[in-house]
Design a protein around this ligand. Structure first.
Ligand SMILES: Nc1ncnc2c1ncn2[C@@H]1O[C@H](COP(=O)(O)OP(=O)(O)OP(=O)(O)O)[C@@H](O)[C@H]1O
Length: 260
């Protein structure tokens, strides 16, 4: 098994609060890996460190075996193949659904600004290719037909799929999903559950996700890391995690959530 992401001894504090405390875990290439934990456990903070919104106080973050993520800035993540979605959907308000996807294509400036300005034939060809790619992704996500409508006017569940589509446009090696099912209704969550596996298989991508919907987590993740107070309390298969005493204790009073 080849690791794509190695998190080693990660720590970060905010004021006096130790949000992440010596956390280590490894994600294998092409895995669907889940990070779970009660509210405030530190899940989003881990994602913020990996995607470089935060710089940890301590620790090592290695991507694809040789890339030290701490050498990169947040806007460079897409160039090395690491993209994320957010807990609260972030779409461009004045753009159509299609444009919101196209904006995820980071190589859109291929050929240089000058050639874009003159709209040279190869630029037009490139634009056509990108547009077709966006439409294919919309098809794949089951949201074809709304491409010319405003992105931000779509139902919440659809906006989350648009955001996912935008992430897929950049040919990522790894996608970080922060609560992909939050705000979705039951049938949207079921569709998403099936989509996550399909995305991994068809786009040949590694997926790491944080999600409170335990049915989704237990169904899609092959390996799960449970954290509490910024530290790892258990790691293993969905079955191992569900039966783990420390996980049950962390979710005490919320046992229904752990037992899918
Ligand atoms: N920028 C920040 N400044 C101060 N405190 C922060 C900051 N980011 C996170 N924290 C704190 O770090 C802790 C972990 O927060 P985090 O959002 O990572 O938890 P979480 O597991 O994602 O929670 P939830 O499931 O509720 O989204 C919390 O106590 C939070 O208040």
């Amino acid at each position: 098994m080849e690791p794509i992401l190695q998190v080693e001894d990660l720590s970060i504090s905010f004021g006096g609060l130790k949000a992440i405390d010596n956390l280590s875990f490894t994600v294998e290439k092409n895995a669907i890996y889940g990070l779970i934990g009660p509210n405030g456990a530190g899940k989003t903070t881990v994602f913020n460190c990996i995607s470089r919104f935060y710089t940890p106080d301590k620790g090592k973050l290695t991507f694809q075996g040789h890339i030290n993520l701490l050498d990169y800035k947040v806007h460079q993540m897409v160039d090395i193949g690491l993209v994320r979605t957010f807990q609260n959907v972030e779409l461009f308000k004045n753009l159509t659904v299609l444009e919101n996807l196209i904006i995820g294509q980071h190589s859109i400036t291929k050929g240089g600004i000058l050639s874009q300005g003159f709209r040279l034939p190869f630029v037009k060809k490139e634009e056509k290719r990108i547009r077709e790619k966006a439409l294919d992704i919309m098809d794949f996500l089951g949201i074809r037909g709304i491409e010319h409508f405003p992105g931000a006017a779509q139902p919440y569940g659809v906006m989350k799929l648009i955001e996912l589509g935008r992430a897929l446009m950049s040919n990522p090696k790894m996608i970080i999903l922060d609560e992909p099912a939050a705000g979705m209704n039951h049938s949207e969550t079921q569709t998403l559950t099936n989509l996550i596996k399909k995305i991994r298989d068809e786009f040949n991508v590694t997926i790491i996700l944080v999600e409170h919907d335990m049915n989704l987590v237990m169904e899609v993740c092959e390996k799960i890391c449970a954290i509490n107070f910024g530290s790892k309390i258990a790691e293993g298969s969905p079955k191992e995690i569900q039966n783990h005493p420390a996980v049950q204790e962390a979710y005490l009073g919320k046992e229904d959530e752990v037992h899918a």
